[in-house]
Design a protein. Structure first.
Length: 256
């Protein structure tokens, strides 16, 4: 890791509940670095919003933690709340359909799997919490992509390199745009063998109190177990789980 980044982040540890404001000299002493180096690191942290400068007088200039940290902390707490709310419903869904269940969110230009509940099936997909996936591959990532604001969606599409993982992976942007429109209109996303051949994924949106789509609830497994009546049952149960999670997050019908 970049040593300058590590040194800069280490400076943030000096701020506590008891010492919310520190001077350049105080930070320099604790960091055991030269004053010019510390000043440069503090300036970078200030520019990024991680610190703010408190100027009491020309001789008394101090630093305190910036609002960017509050923003990041809110995002983390929101994700933790989402996981806590979603997990019981994910367990109920897994119990009902006996297929692996994932909770997926957007993270920049990727989709990240932040929670999962394993099935008891002998043949199942291997996944891990924290896994990232391109937004054009798989039912969950595609659903999240479809519900993005159009300007953000197009910005990502402009520079997106669509590399095939299987023969079923989308590589044509116009065809992919059509699929995104269908997903948005139908309110669900289905994939067939886009990440792994002979697998199927089904995803429904999770919405917050404002009606914004903040996650996808996703089930997946071997395509042989997603046929006819069973596939309809899986879709029905997954949609119900997505709605219950959304309802527990404050969403009410009619807000979207």
């Amino acid at each position: 890791m970049n040593q300058s980044v590590l040194k800069a982040l280490k400076l943030l540890d000096f701020f506590t509940d008891q010492e919310r404001e520190l001077s350049l000299s105080e930070i320099t002493t604790r960091a055991d670095m030269s004053k010019p180096t510390v000043y440069r690191l503090l300036a970078s942290l200030e520019e990024c919003g991680f610190l703010r400068k408190v100027k009491n007088s020309d001789q008394d200039i101090r630093y305190s933690l910036g609002l960017k940290l509050l923003e990041l902390g809110y995002i983390v707490s929101e994700q933790l709340e989402l996981r806590n709310v979603a997990l019981p419903h994910m367990r109920d869904l897994c119990k009902a359909i006996n297929e692996i269940v994932h909770l997926v969110i957007v993270d920049g230009d990727q989709a990240t799997y932040i929670e999962k509940v394993e099935s008891s099936q002998a043949l199942r997909l291997y996944t891990r919490i924290g896994k990232s996936s391109p937004l054009y591959i798989g039912s969950g990532p595609k659903l999240l992509f479809a519900y993005m604001p159009k300007d953000e969606q197009e910005k990502i599409l402009e520079t997106l390199e669509m590399k095939p993982l299987t023969p079923n992976t989308y590589t044509n942007k116009e065809e992919f745009r059509k699929n995104l429109r269908i997903i948005y209109e139908q309110g669900l996303s289905i994939s067939h063998g886009e990440q792994d051949l002979d697998t199927t994924g089904i995803s429904y949106p999770v919405k917050d109190i404002s009606g914004e789509v903040i996650a996808a609830i996703t089930v997946s497994g071997p395509t042989t177990r997603f046929q006819k009546d069973r596939k309809s049952f899986i879709k029905e149960e997954t949609e119900k789980a997505a709605f219950e999670i959304s309802r527990n997050l404050g969403f009410k019908l009619g807000k979207d």
